[in-house]
Design a protein around this ligand. Structure first.
Ligand code: ADP
Ligand code: MG
Length: 343
């Protein structure tokens, strides 16, 4: 089966809170295609979170458990191209007929159907026929069905007949497991502290996680050196830079104001009120830690204070963090918020 890649299996699809519902529903679908309440099964989620892997895993599992069933995996782009070819040759009925003979139809990335009206008409006819005949449909999408603009309402309402399950970013523990499985499959080894470091820092999607691992291996063999934490930090620095957003002083100011429930004007005012002075000092400290702005520029963003004020503020924050545990907690929590916003 050329469309199904055998490396995409359930076994290699690590389960975690981020994908449990979708993975288990997929398993049920593969065991009892057409004879379950997940018809269609719609799997949705952002880029690199495992939609294609899981969709192909279902296809491969059906082939394994039910060798006589006809399984077809196709991307929506390919479906549309095929449809348009048949349409030009006045062979739309052949096209629809071909698809109506399938037992398990898997269409990847249905968001590309948006605004392809004629293809949607054909898909609608195929969907109805298969569903009525007790055949299984599996669809993936980069957004929840309700947000699929440009998709006919009659199709969207059919998507609701079954189950929509999402894939989210795997949590830290799951990311470690994914990395370890990947290494095992490829016969690789690296220190646990490096695995943890990569899993902790790459928290965007699984494709990036795999990309980081590949870069790490490439750098290691290129420089003929062992993979250690130092190399990982060097490699990931480039990685994180390209994938992370620039955070601005204004954005940090806004976050601190919200956190302490202080108005922006108050934050900049000359006041001796302790809460406000501390909120301002924390903001400067975070601006220095998370933006590339000079001390001078940071000072200017606080009503034209000079760079020595910024230095003093950063030092005060560091000192207070050592002595005041509530203060420290506040700063840590804010730090996390800023880091999240910069992702
Ligand atoms: P999508 O189709 O959502 O963009 P893919 O299915 O192409 O994402 O997944 C990207 C990469 O991440 C693939 O190499 C896939 O095998 C891997 N991957 C995603 N989720 C998992 C998981 N839970 N366990 C193991 N590998 C995963
Ligand atoms: Mg995909």
């Amino acid at each position: 089966d050329p469309q199904l890649n055998p490396i995409y299996t359930f076994d290699s699809f690590i389960e975690g809170d981020s994908n449990r519902v979708a993975r288990r529903a997929g398993k049920t679908v593969a065991e009892k295609p057409g004879a379950n309440s997940f018809n269609p099964l719609v799997i949705y989620g952002g880029v690199g979170l495992g939609k294609t892997h899981l969709a192909q895993g279902i296809g491969n599992e059906v082939k394994r458990l039910h060798p006589n069933k006809v399984v077809l995996y196709v991307s929506s782009e390919k479906f549309i191209n095929q449809f348009q070819d048949h349409s030009r040759n006045n062979a739309i009925n052949d096209f629809i007929h071909f698809y109506q003979l399938i037992d398990v139809l898997i269409i990847d990335d249905v968001q590309f159907f948006a605004r392809a009206e004629k293809s949607q008409d054909a898909f609608f006819a195929i969907f109805n026929h298969l569903h009525q005949s007790g055949k299984q449909l599996v669809l993936t999408s980069d957004k929840p069905p309700k947000d699929l603009d440009g998709m006919q309402e009659r199709l969207l309402s059919r998507f609701r007949w079954g189950l929509s399950a999402d894939l989210q970013i795997p949590d830290y523990e799951t990311r470690i497991e994914i990395l370890e499985r990947k290494m095992k499959n490829d016969g690789l080894d690296m220190p646990k502290e490096v695995v943890k470091y990569v899993a902790y820092n790459i928290n965007t999607n699984v494709r990036e996680l795999e990309g980081a691992l590949i870069s790490l291996l490439a750098q290691s063999s290129l420089n003929k050196r062992e993979i250690d934490l130092e190399l990982a930090k060097k490699v990931l620095r480039n990685f994180v830079k390209t994938s992370s957003k620039e955070i601005t002083i204004e954005a940090i100011q806004k976050m601190v104001c919200e956190y302490f429930d202080v108005s922006y004007d108050k934050l900049l005012q000359k006041t001796r009120k302790r809460e406000i002075v501390q909120a301002r000092q924390i903001t400067m400290y975070l601006a220095k830690a998370f933006t590339k702005n000079s001390l001078k520029t940071i000072g200017e963003h606080f009503g034209g204070r000079d760079h020595t004020t910024v230095i003093h503020s950063c030092q005060t924050v560091k000192d207070l963090m050592d002595t005041d545990s509530l203060f420290r907690e506040n700063v840590m929590e804010l730090t996390q918020k800023v880091q999240l916003a910069a992702m």
